[in-house]
Design a protein around this ligand. Structure first.
Ligand code: HEC
Length: 189
């Protein structure tokens, strides 16, 4: 697997990136220990996640999109989000959010299968804002325009409110402990 080198950054951003990568790997370890899943939590998983995260610069998030908060406790939002999930996401990510088989392995052409959105995947390793940006603009928004992916950009297909709703539905399905870590650690980074 190709592993991107983290480009050299000037002090502040570099160390902030290092801290966030560290805390995400740390949270992954907690996650795999506490969820007791059979899913392989291989280095591949961490790498594919790190590939994306390594390319994130805080300054790349447009100001206007910096206030996203998922409404996972709002039943009306979650119900609407579930309908949108079934019509727009389930074919790839699974009707039970289970993802595609072997989702952490790139195929020969270099594409990843769709990952799960349940607690066995790494969707919950990303803060609300990043989930929104990934869904609206596609993974290229953080991984670079030449990144090969089957994940569509939903801008022009779903409104911002609909993207928040579908992600709120996804978050509402996570176990309590994962939601707690997401709120207290991931969203604080
Ligand atoms: C055509 C298939 C397809 C559809 C439809 C699709 N996705 Fe994806 N999605 C993918 C693939 C493949 C990836 C892995 C991205 C990569 O290539 O690194 C992905 C990744 C993601 C990620 C990043 C997850 C992570 O762990 O980093 C999010 C968030 C996401 N999708 C949300 C959605 C949402 C929300 C919908 C519906 C509105 C949706 N996707 C519809 C294929 C799809």
């Amino acid at each position: 697997m190709e592993k991107k080198k983290t480009p050299k950054r000037s002090g502040g951003i570099g160390s902030r990136l290092a801290i966030s990568v560290f805390s995400i790997v740390f949270v992954s370890l907690i996650g795999s220990a506490s969820t007791q899943t059979d899913q392989p939590t291989t280095e591949d998983t961490v790498f594919s996640f790190a590939e994306i995260i390594n390319s994130v610069l805080p300054s790349e998030t447009p100001e206007s999109l910096s206030q996203i908060v998922l409404q996972y406790k709002d039943d009306a939002v979650v119900d609407g989000g579930q309908r949108l999930y079934m019509s727009h996401c389930a074919t790839c990510h699974g009707i039970n959010l289970q993802g595609a088989p072997n989702w952490h392995r790139r195929n020969a052409a270099g594409y990843l299968p769709a990952p799960p959105h349940d607690e066995t995947g790494h969707t919950w390793h990303h803060r609300d804002q990043l989930l929104f940006d990934l869904t609206k603009h596609g993974p290229q928004v953080v991984a670079g325009s030449d990144y090969k992916t089957h994940m569509p950009a939903f801008e022009g297909i779903l409104s911002d409110e609909e993207i928040v709703a579908v992600l709120s539905y996804i978050k509402s399905t996570w176990p309590e402990e994962i939601i707690r870590i997401h709120n207290e650690q991931i969203n604080q980074n």
